[in-house]
Design a protein around this ligand. Structure first.
Ligand SMILES: [Zn+2]
Length: 447
């Protein structure tokens, strides 16, 4: 789709093009307001701020914002499962005002509960409307969501935002992949939302059924979330090629909200919704704020308007860097180059070198001879770290194994400065994933 110019490309034309100084003024105002709200209504926040010697009225400038203590996931785990059950001291509203329950996946430890009020839920839909509108979704779209909604927030808010914007939303939850593909074809669905892993898997399945997603289906745009794939150029190209559709990334988290999105200009990164969120970038070693482009740091997030369980200076552990130029779409919201490149926890040191799993994905997906699936395993061999990459050769390239291996080892060394053992598998034998793929395994003892 061509990039549309004009005010009708923005969900909120006023806020999305607000001059930067006005935006900063608004952010400071909203930051003070949410800190005051949390201080007045939650014991957890009152304790946190008092222990730091801080009262909400002390926050006057941006320097003061940086003094507000950060909140980590571990702190939330500690206070939950207690009164008022199950949310504990962080809850800012009477329990009866909570209308939505979700939780984190718990892949990094005990799950964190997330209560929302009806007003918070409306805020979720609003934040998703910014995303979907920026990606070209309109009231003329019929959106298919091939996802079994459950206790995770994933795609729930996308569903409601679709309705709020006047789109027609088809919940494809309990159907299996084959039935979902047939339903999309039958209804001539124009939009799709899923994880990049599943979108690629669906294309594979469709082809096996004799349906070419690019030719035989009407999907023109795909919103990807849950994994960084749609911001990794080689993965994006694969999905766009398979579906004959535009693919856009979105990023968010249960505890924070839907804070980042790609627009139709596809600048090579994600806008931060600066009207609804404060996103700070922090140096991982020194803790200093990073404002200049090109320097990677960890994102610290605040949701200005979420009330039941506020998110104020939450240490997201997501790693990113600011872009060096404005986006051609005309939004004044800043954008992060290349999306979220990984989590501070995942970016491990292997043989003393920092390794982001997304760098491996970029290399693997740039090889047309390989399937979409792969696995990485880091283990100890004696005193040394040993990395194994498992890939699948497509049947028609089975004879090219040696040449693929040599080029793969070369490319990986170039992009990640590390040497890999490559293991080839027959096409279709590595595990297939419907949700987030766990492709990176670290078998070294943790210290
Ligand atoms: Zn843009």
């Amino acid at each position: 789709m061509a990039h549309v110019q004009g005010a009708d490309q923005y969900w909120n034309p006023v806020l999305e093009t607000l001059p930067i100084e006005k935006l900063l003024e608004l952010q400071l105002l909203k930051f003070k307001r949410i800190v005051q709200w949390a201080y007045d209504n939650s014991k957890f926040h009152r304790r946190l701020y008092r222990d730091a010697g801080l009262e909400p009225c002390d926050i006057r400038t941006w320097e003061d914002v940086a003094k507000v203590p950060k909140v980590e996931k571990a702190m939330m785990r500690e206070i939950q499962r207690k009164d008022p059950f199950p949310y504990g001291d962080m809850l800012c509203v009477p329990l009866e005002q909570v209308t939505e329950f979700h939780q984190t996946s718990g892949t990094t430890g005990q799950a964190v509960y997330q209560p929302d009020t009806w007003q918070d839920w409306e805020w979720w839909s609003e934040s998703w409307s910014y995303i979907m509108y920026a990606q070209g979704f309109r009231d003329t779209d019929r959106i298919f969501i091939p996802f079994g909604y459950n206790i995770f927030v994933a795609f729930w808010a996308g569903h409601y935002a679709g309705e709020k914007m006047g789109c027609e939303v088809v919940p494809g939850g309990v159907l299996d992949t084959e039935a979902r593909i047939l339903k999309m074809q039958e209804l001539k669905a124009t939009g799709l939302m899923a994880t990049p892993t599943y979108v690629l898997g669906m294309a594979d399945k469709a082809r096996a059924m004799g349906i070419d997603p690019a030719q035989d289906l009407c999907i023109s745009k795909i919103l990807c979330a849950g994994e960084p794939g749609a911001s990794i150029p080689a993965t994006k190209r694969r999905i766009e090629g398979a579906w004959g559709a535009k693919v856009y990334d979105h990023v968010g988290a249960t505890e924070i909200g839907a804070w980042g999105y790609e627009c139709t200009a596809q600048p090579g990164g994600l806008h931060v919704n600066e009207a609804l969120f404060l996103v700070e970038l922090e140096d991982m070693d020194t803790g200093e704020l990073i404002t200049e482009p090109g320097k990677r740091g960890k994102l610290v997030m605040t949701a200005f308007d979420r009330q039941a369980q506020p998110c104020i200076r939450f240490d997201s552990k997501d790693v990113a860097e600011w872009a060096d130029k404005p986006c051609p779409c005309g939004r004044s919201f800043r954008w992060i180059k290349g999306g979220v490149v990984g989590r501070a926890d995942d970016i491990t040191k292997v043989k003393g070198v920092l390794l982001a799993p997304s760098a491996i994905e970029e290399v693997v997906r740039s090889f047309p001879e390989l399937s979409d699936e792969f696995e990485v395993e880091v283990a100890k061999k004696g005193d040394l770290d040993d990395i194994t990459l498992r890939v699948e050769l497509l049947p028609e390239d089975a004879g090219n194994r040696e040449s693929v291996e040599a080029r793969l080892v070369d490319q990986l060394r170039l992009k990640t400065n590390l040497r890999y053992n490559i293991e080839f598998f027959d096409y279709g034998t590595l595990p297939r994933h419907t949700l987030k793929a766990e492709r990176f395994k670290d078998l070294r003892a943790k210290h």
